[in-house]
Design a protein around this ligand. Structure first.
Ligand SMILES: Nc1ncnc2c1ncn2[C@@H]1O[C@H](COP(=O)(O)OP(=O)(O)OP(=O)(O)O)[C@@H](O)[C@H]1O
Length: 690
């Protein structure tokens, strides 16, 4: 077959697969321009399309470029890229082909505009690039919006012709060996939104011309050798700023004093702002050009007698020590008062943060998407950033643009959409759920999300943010690296099945039902989709968090037909409406799943899994109760009583008649009755305790 005879390159194939998974590209609801971008990525999954891609490219280019084979602009940009690669040592995975029919838009790390007529992004993080960036190579790519050359071994100065990249809005050069003075060429890029030159060897003073970059939201210059005073930087739009670990000195300009101490630490000569107060001898911040320059210290000293200077110095030192002492005391009092009001760190975020930052080679696979925009709107208790609404108590500071640029892996396709693990440029990981077939109006959707965002419980996965436009509905959650109960019990994809002790099963059950009881009682919210893939776990494998709650109202009734039938109560299947009591039924099935280790029926058509309640009933009726339990947990001693107790609770939950099922609070009470829960209750507020 043509497919097998075609030479394949492992790296480019895996890159293309990653491109396919970018959640922006996988849209079924994107604006037409974005669908056009997506098309090449989609087609990669069809092998024969891959074979005819070069021909199709030539044909389309001919059409679009009025008969010319490739537009002259992209041809020049293509040559600039080849010149760059020719002169810079690089990893073999960058296999850009100089063959005439090869479009740069299909090359690893290169992104183009929707008409494929110009190159708009160059992302080569961790690509083993070494040595200086040659002049007159990247500088010729004047249509670039994003450059990411981070985590390489690039050295020397940033070429002057970077100043020609005036359309650039993100420049990531961190984690290289660049040196020389502050790269003033970048201060001509007035559209820059993010500039990261951290972890390099830049030296000298930070140029005041940085103030030309009026659109900056993130400026990262930490871990360099910058010295001298910090210029007064206009920080109105700046959200992220860092100059830590340099050799800067002098007082921190008031415009920057809103940033935390960590943004300045590691500069022993810096003072003022969030750092210790300056001594009266330390000059005011680096003046802006044009402002009268203060007398240099040596001139002043010439005017004073040595004895007077010594006298003044001693007095001032004593005086400043006293002031410092008073300030420290005030600070301690202030911190003491502030402590109880501080937002507790979410255990989920803590768990997520234990996840390693992805390797440099993992990133840089998604496209920015100018097509996804939402009208700004105001919602009480939330913060809107570029269409992305962060809900109350939010712990994230990224923007929609960052999310769209993040590399994304499909975690799974569920009944209501697809979930992606999105790794942001700064290494943070979140889960983005892209919903499909939402029936609610924009207002209803937003109201429901804001209401869900207000629900807080230690066993519920909090909804962090959402995005809503006519064609697109996205939800953002914390990423839980340990995955779901379903994956642990039944194995998932490559990860095989992991044994789960009875103790842990019991703790998971108790914690999940506490989360559900909170939903039902305090928030009066029906979960609507309880199942083991919606019970997410802490790496300790016994702390559980219930996810995906309260989404039913935005879909129907009828509820999405693809919901797993094995968890659905008989009346729910009939009426297509989830209720508090149908949740109890689903939780009963979940308990049976924990007891039996068997997966409930997944699909009514393809017989997969079993009708757990009916199967358990039939086995128990024939007095083979012991056969019900998972052989894996039967290895433990003295647990029979607990097994029977949980089995009874489960069977009560799966009663056919809804009124005969207990309420969720009652289920919690019965589960806690076993007396196994004391340690849980103590530790439940402290995620560090087992
Ligand atoms: N916050 C998260 N952290 C880690 N994994 C998650 C997270 N949310 C979902 N997942 C996992 O991603 C996969 C897909 O989840 P998704 O919720 O889209 O589908 P589902 O749970 O299988 O079905 P449904 O859409 O009906 O809830 C599942 O294996 C789920 O356990």
């Amino acid at each position: 077959m043509a497919v097998s005879s075609r030479p394949t390159d492992h790296h480019s194939t895996s890159y293309m697969r990653k491109r396919q998974r970018s959640f922006v590209e996988l849209s079924g609801h994107l604006p037409p321009a974005m669908i056009f971008i997506s098309l090449p990525a989609y087609t990669m999954s069809v092998p024969w399309v891959n074979d005819i891609r070069p021909a199709v490219f030539v044909f389309l280019s001919t059409l679009m470029c009025g008969g010319r084979l490739v537009s002259s602009e992209i041809a020049q940009e293509r040559q600039a890229l080849l010149d760059f690669l020719d002169r810079v040592p690089h990893s073999p995975r960058i296999n850009w082909s100089s063959a005439a029919a090869s479009s740069p838009c299909d090359w690893v790390g290169v992104g183009c505009d929707p008409t494929r007529s110009s190159i708009t992004s160059l992302r080569l993080p961790g690509a083993n690039l070494a040595g200086p960036v040659p002049f007159d190579t990247i500088g010729r790519l004047t249509n670039l919006r994003v450059i990411s050359l981070r985590s390489n071994r690039l050295s020397g100065e940033v070429p002057d012709d970077f100043s020609k990249l005036t359309r650039l809005y993100s420049l990531y050069l961190q984690d290289n060996a660049f040196s020389g003075e502050f790269p003033t060429s970048v201060t001509k890029l007035t559209r820059l939104n993010r500039l990261d030159i951290s972890s390099n060897s830049f030296s000298g003073t930070i140029s005041f011309s940085i103030n030309n970059l009026t659109r900056l939201t993130g400026l990262f210059m930490e871990n360099n050798l910058f010295s001298g005073p910090l210029p007064s930087i206009d920080s109105d739009g700046l959200i992220d700023f860092n100059v830590s670990n340099n050799n800067l000195n002098g007082s921190i300009p008031s415009s920057l004093s809103k940033f935390p101490e960590s943004a300045f630490s590691g500069n022993p000569g810096l003072c003022g702002g969030p750092m210790a107060a300056c001594s009266p001898f330390i000059g005011s911040p680096y003046p802006s050009p044009g402002s009268p320059s203060p007398n240099p210290p040596h001139e002043r000293s010439n005017n004073l007698a040595t004895a007077a200077i010594v006298g003044i110095a001693v007095c001032c030192t004593v005086f400043s020590l006293l002031i410092l002492l008073v300030l420290l005391l005030c600070l301690r009092r202030w911190q003491y008062r502030r402590q109880p009001a501080e937002q507790p760190k979410s255990p989920i975020v803590a768990a997520a943060s234990t996840q390693a930052v992805p390797g440099p080679g993992d990133a840089g696979t998604s496209l920015s998407n100018d097509g996804v925009t939402g009208e700004p709107f105001e919602i009480r208790g939330s913060e809107e950033r570029n269409g992305l609404v962060f809900l109350e108590g939010g712990v994230y500071t990224f923007q929609l643009e960052d999310l769209l640029r993040a590399s994304a892996d499909v975690l799974g396709k569920g009944s209501i959409g697809t979930s992606y693990k999105a790794v942001l440029e700064d290494g943070r990981t979140v889960v983005v759920k892209r919903l499909k077939h939402v029936a609610a109006s924009k207002k209803e959707f937003e109201d429901q999300m804001v209401m869900l965002g207000e629900i807080k419980h230690e066993n519920l996965v909090p909804l962090r943010a959402f995005f809503s436009s006519k064609d697109e509905k996205l939800l953002v959650y914390d990423y839980l690296p340990a995955g779901s109960l379903s994956a642990l019990l039944h194995g998932s994809g490559v990860s095989g099945h992991t044994p789960l002790h009875w103790d842990n099963r019991l703790k998971i059950a108790i914690r999940a039902c506490r989360g559900l009881a909170h939903l039902h009682q305090s928030a009066k919210v029906v979960h609507g989709n309880i199942k083991s893939s919606n019970i997410l776990l802490h790496p300790d494998h016994h702390t559980a968090y219930v996810s995906d709650y309260g989404l039913s109202p935005i879909f129907g009734p009828p509820s999405p037909p693809t919901r797993i039938p094995g968890y659905r109560a008989p009346e729910e299947i009939e009426t297509q409406k989830a209720t508090l009591k149908s949740d109890v039924y689903s939780f009963g099935v979940l308990l049976l799943e924990l007891l039996t280790g068997k997966a409930p029926c997944q699909d009514l058509e393809v017989v997969e899994g079993i009708d757990l309640p009916r199967w358990v009933q039939s086995v128990v009726r024939e007095e083979w109760t012991a056969e019900v339990f998972d052989a894996e947990i039967m290895r433990y001693n003295n647990i029979e009583e607990e097994l029977m107790h949980v089995l009874q609770i489960a069977m009560a939950c799966v009663s056919v008649v809804p009124d005969q099922r207990p309420g969720m609070a009652e289920v919690v009470r019965m589960m806690e009755e076993m007396g196994r829960d004391d340690s849980l209750r103590q530790s439940s507020h402290d995620p560090t305790k087992g």
